[in-house]
Design a binder for this molecule. Structure first.
Ligand SMILES: Cc1ncc(COP(=O)(O)O)c(C=O)c1O
Length: 389
């Protein structure tokens, strides 16, 4: 009988898997979470094992508010905060609150491909907004909004990863953040700001989140413990207008089942109360910083002329542009036969585009594997281009 998997990650023998955007399992804070879980059961066991309040347990809401206040200088009011089952669950929940099937969602080109799946599952029509190394062209988003509205279409929201995006690693420039906040308010346009990688900066912190420019307004900010602690926790948080938080908290599913991932939320509250998160984030940052540098150096050494990339200042990914004439998807079978894999660019675009790009992740593999992966990729590209070393 086939063994059923215990994790989503599936690594193939003999292939350097540069495609997975998962953290290295060796970096997951098992000991910190064991201590937090023991404390939760010893001191909060009866609360943690009961149904939870729909907004999330007060202990965790307080701990997140205090941490944001300490890190960002502004403590968000409790009525603007809610615990989520991670960003993916929050995106699905927000689709339910902000959209109807057939509405349009404006997304970046390229955009986090699995968010696009969530929006499609909800019957949304996706319209992409072009961008560059400074992030989305926000004025183009406003022009598209007017055009779509003039045709009688309903635009439900804009979805954006403003800091260290997936797949490009690019961040939205500070002036564009401001302009987008102004457009959102002027047009009554909800913006969903996915901040999955905001804390994972390697050179300097990113610009403040768009949400902080206009707290409690049309911008909804999604934080996740997936990248700063562990994805299996399925836990995150949402900052939004008090009205939107009220509507989400009032959903029937939470009335019936209580707040999402309540037991895990108590464990993470204990971890935060024990001041264990900041140390872990610092260790994770240092490790990924060095892996990023290793991958960038290996790409510079092994990839043929004509390949280009912008060094990401944070996050998990390097977005490589191939020389003209090469298609990442067409090359993938040869790459895997040569023992290296990646995600090809068109997955991150809605309709066509991205053929000349591939996404490499430095979050999962060791420095040695990253170097070997870059070497194998270089060989494959040279063969495809007909150039010798
Ligand atoms: C941009 C972005 N948003 C959200 C997620 C998933 O977040 P969560 O695990 O909290 O659902 C990912 C994971 O890769 C991501 O890259």
């Amino acid at each position: 009988m086939k063994t059923l998997p215990n994790t989503q990650l599936f690594l193939r023998q003999g292939i350097v898997e540069l495609g997975w955007g998962h953290p290295d399992p060796a970096m997951l804070p098992v000991d910190d979470l064991a201590a937090a879980a023991a404390e939760t059961l010893a001191r909060h066991g009866r609360d943690a094992l009961a149904y939870g309040p729909a907004q999330g347990p007060g202990r965790l809401l307080e701990a997140i508010r205090a941490r944001l206040g300490r890190l960002e200088g502004v403590t968000p009011p409790a009525e603007q905060l809610m615990i989520t089952g991670g960003t993916s669950q929050a995106l699905d929940m927000l689709c339910g609150q902000l959209s109807r099937p057939g509405d349009v969602a404006l997304v970046e080109a390229p955009s986090y491909h699995l968010a696009l799946r969530i929006f499609r599952d909800r019957g949304l029509r996706l319209v992409s907004v072009p961008g560059d190394v400074q992030g989305m062209h926000v004025e183009t988003a406003a022009a598209l909004l007017h055009m779509l509205r003039s045709r009688g279409e309903r635009v439900a929201f804009v979805y954006i990863v403003a800091s260290f995006g997936n797949p490009t690693g690019a961040s939205l420039a500070p002036d564009r953040r401001y302009t987008l906040a102004v457009i959102a308010r002027r047009e009554g346009l909800p913006v969903i700001e996915d901040e999955a990688y905001g804390e994972l900066w390697y050179d300097a912190p990113p610009a403040p989140p768009i949400y902080n420019l206009m707290p409690g307004g049309p911008i909804t900010r999604l934080g996740s413990f997936a990248k700063v602690l562990a994805p299996g926790l399925r836990l995150g948080w949402m900052l939004a207008s008090p009205d939107l938080v009220r509507r989400c908290v009032g959903a029937g599913v939470l009335d019936s089942g209580g707040g999402v991932n309540h037991f895990t939320a108590h464990i993470v509250a204990s971890l935060l109360e024990q001041s264990r998160l900041d140390g872990h984030v610092e260790r994770a940052r240092a490790s990924w910083h060095s892996r990023r540098d290793t991958l960038l150096a290996a790409l510079a050494r092994f990839l043929p002329a004509g390949c280009t990339w912008s060094p990401p200042l944070g996050g998990y990914f390097v977005w490589v542009r191939l020389p003209a004439g090469l298609s990442a998807a067409a090359l993938l079978p040869a790459a895997e036969a040569a023992g290296v894999s990646y995600l090809s660019g068109e997955r991150f675009f809605i309709e066509g585009g991205g053929q000349h790009y591939l996404r490499l992740s430095f979050s999962l593999l060791s420095p040695e594997q990253l170097e070997e992966g870059a070497r194998r990729l270089g060989e494959v590209l040279r063969t495809a281009l007909g150039v010798r070393r």
